[in-house]
Ligand binder design. Structure first.
Ligand code: AHR
Length: 488
C-alpha cells in the first residue's frame, strides 16, 4: 500500500492565495466575448461583464488576475483605453490574429472586473513599445488619490477613488515578443522603468515584477538577479506544457495514451524549471525576498480546427485537469519561493477554466481542479512524504501536497495520474490521529471533457471510497483522478 505521512507540526512555508491566480490577455475571445460583452448585450451582464463567468470564477475564489498581456502588453497604450468608449482609438492586434481592437475594455473595465470578481489586479506595463513616462502616468492614473494631472483625468472619466494596485509587471517576455532585448539591456531598462513606478497610496507598496526567463533560460535569470535583483519584488517565469514540439503540438482531444503520458511528463518538468531558477535566485537572494512569479503556465496544443489560428482556442480534457492538479501541488511545495502563478488563460484561450460560445458557457475539467484546491489558499504547507508501494516510472504512482488551515484542518490534494490502476493509499499524521475526514474527487477517462451540449460530463463529486480507522485514513484513488481530503 502507498503511504502518505504528514507532519502537522512542521510548517514549510505559507501558500499565498496568489498561487492560484489567472491570466487574461486581449487575445482571441478571452476578454471580448469571454468576460466582457458590453452593457448592451443580450447576455446577462453587470456593467458589461458576463454574470455567468464572474459567478463561476467567484466560486473558485479567484485571487488575482493578470492583464492586459502577454505579448499584447508591450503593444498596449493605456491612454487609448480610457474616456468615452465611442471616442477610443482602434488598433490592430498584430500578435493575435490581426483583428481590430476597439479598446472598449480598458483600465476602468479591468478594475471593474476585478471588483466584481473580488480579486486583486495585476497590471502588466509596456516596456517594448512604451515610454517610461507612459508607464509612470498609468500608475499615477490608477493609484493617485489626491490632485494630480492623471488623478484628475481618472476622476473626469468617472472614477473618483483611486484603485488598489498590488502587483505591477514591467514588461513581458522582453527577450522575445516584448522587444527582443538582451538580458543585460532589459535589466538596465527594468531598473530605469521601475524607478518611476511610484507608490502613491500611503502604507501600500506596489509589488514590482521584472520579466524573467522562458523555461530554462538561466543566463537571463542570472543577469537579472545580478543587475536588477535589488530593485524587484518578483521575477516572472513562463512555462508551457507543449507535448511534442512547437510545430507539432498535437490536438487537445482525440490523443493517444502516449500523448497523455508525454504531456504529463512535460508538465512535471516544470519542477526542474523551478529548481533551476531557484538555485540561481538562492545565490543572489538567500533570504528569499524576491518571489518567483510563474505568471504564464498551462498546456498549449494546436488550435481547434476551423478557428482563427491567432486566437489559440483549444478544448480541455481530463488530461489538462491532471496537468493542473500536478502543477498546483508542485507550486505548493515551492511556496517559499513562488509568490504567484497565473494559468494561461482565463477564458477561451489555451488551458482555460471556462469556455464560452455566444450566451453559453462551460466549465472545463481544469476548473474543477481549482475548485478542489482552493482550500489551500493562505494555508501553511506541511512537511509530508509519499512512499510508493512499487517502482515508479516517469510518472509518479501518486503525487500530493498537504497544508494546514488557520482552523487546524489539514487539506490534502492527492493525484493518481496513471491510466489503468486504482491506487490504495494510507494517510497518517505524525503524532496525531485522524478522527474524521471528508473528500471530493474529480475523475474520468483521459480525454473526457465538457461540451456546450453536454456541459456536465466532467465535474467534481463527493468521494466516499475511504475509511478512517485507528487514527489513519485508507483510500482507493481511481486512475486519472485528483482528490481533496479535509482531515481533522
Ligand atoms: O499566452 C499566450 C502568449 O504566450 C503570451 O502572450 C506570451 O507572453 C506567451 O508567449
Amino acid at each position: 500500500m502507498n503511504k502518505l505521512i504528514i507532519q502537522p507540526q512542521v510548517k514549510k512555508g505559507h501558500i499565498r492565495k496568489e498561487l492560484q491566480g489567472h491570466f487574461s490577455e486581449h487575445l482571441g475571445r478571452c476578454i471580448y466575448g469571454g468576460v466582457y460583452v458590453g452593457e448592451n448585450s443580450d447576455i446577462p451582464n453587470e456593467n458589461g461583464m458576463r454574470k455567468d463567468v464572474v459567478q463561476a470564477l467567484r466560486d473558485i475564489s479567484i485571487p488575482v488576475l493578470r492583464w492586459p498581456g502577454g505579448c499584447f502588453a508591450d503593444e498596449y497604450h493605456w491612454k487609448d483605453g480610457i474616456g468615452p468608449r465611442e471616442g477610443r482609438k482602434k488598433m490592430i492586434n498584430t500578435h493575435w490574429g490581426g483583428v481590430t481592437e476597439d479598446n472598449s475594455f480598458g483600465t476602468h473595465e479591468f478594475m471593474e472586473l476585478c471588483r466584481q470578481l473580488g480579486c486583486e489586479p495585476y497590471v502588466n506595463g509596456n516596456v517594448g513599445s512604451g515610454t517610461v513616462q507612459e508607464m509612470s502616468e498609468w500608475v499615477e492614473y490608477m493609484t493617485m488619490e489626491g490632485v494630480s494631472p492623471m488623478a484628475d483625468q481618472r476622476k473626469a472619466n468617472g472614477h473618483e477613488a483611486a484603485w488598489k494596485l498590488p502587483f505591477f509587471g514591467v514588461g513581458n517576455e522582453s527577450w522575445g515578443c516584448g522587444g527582443n532585448m538582451t538580458a543585460e539591456h532589459y535589466a538596465n531598462e527594468y531598473r530605469r522603468y521601475q524607478t518611476y513606478v511610484r507608490n502613491y497610496r500611503p502604507g501600500e507598496k506596489i509589488y514590482k515584477i521584472a520579466c524573467g526567463p522562458g523555461d530554462f533560460g538561466t543566463e537571463w535569470t542570472e543577469t537579472l538577479m545580478k543587475v536588477a535583483g535589488r530593485f524587484m519584488d518578483g521575477l516572472s517565469v513562463h512555462y508551457y506544457t507543449v507535448p511534442h514540439d512547437w510545430n507539432h503540438k498535437g490536438h487537445a482531444l482525440g490523443f493517444s495514451r502516449e500523448d497523455y503520458e508525454i504531456t504529463l511528463k512535460t508538465a512535471l518538468n516544470i519542477e526542474r524549471m523551478i529548481r533551476t531558477h531557484e538555485v540561481i535566485m538562492d545565490r543572489y537572494d538567500p533570504e528569499k525576498r524576491v518571489g518567483m512569479i510563474v505568471d504564464e503556465w498551462g498546456t498549449w496544443y494546436d488550435v481547434e480546427e476551423g478557428t482563427n489560428p491567432g486566437f489559440l482556442y483549444q478544448q480541455s480534457s481530463m488530461r489538462d485537469a491532471m496537468v493542473a492538479a500536478l502543477t498546483l501541488n508542485i507550486f505548493n511545495k515551492h511556496c517559499d519561493r513562488i509568490h504567484m502563478a497565473n494559468i494561461a488563460q482565463l477564458v477561451n484561450v489555451l488551458q482555460s477554466v471556462i469556455l464560452t460560445e455566444g450566451p453559453r458557457m462551460l466549465l472545463t475539467p481544469t476548473y474543477f481542479i481549482f475548485k478542489l484546491y482552493k482550500d489551500h489558499q493562505e494555508n501553511d504547507l506541511l512537511e509530508s512524504v509519499l512512499i510508493p508501494d512499487g517502482p515508479e516510472g516517469e510518472l509518479p504512482l501518486l503525487q500530493e501536497s498537504s497544508s494546514i488551515a488557520a482552523d487546524g484542518a489539514i487539506h490534502v490534494t492527492l493525484v493518481n495520474p496513471g491510466l489503468d490502476d486504482t491506487r490504495e493509499v494510507e494517510i497518517a499524521l505524525g503524532g496525531r490521529e485522524i478522527r474524521e475526514a471528508s473528500a471530493r474527487i474529480l475523475t474520468g477517462k483521459m480525454d473526457d471533457h465538457n461540451t456546450f451540449d453536454a456541459p456536465d460530463t466532467v465535474k467534481d463529486r463527493a468521494f466516499t471510497d475511504f475509511t478512517v480507522k485507528d487514527g489513519k485514513l485508507t483510500a482507493a484513488l481511481p486512475p486519472v483522478s485528483a482528490a481533496h481530503f479535509i482531515l481533522r
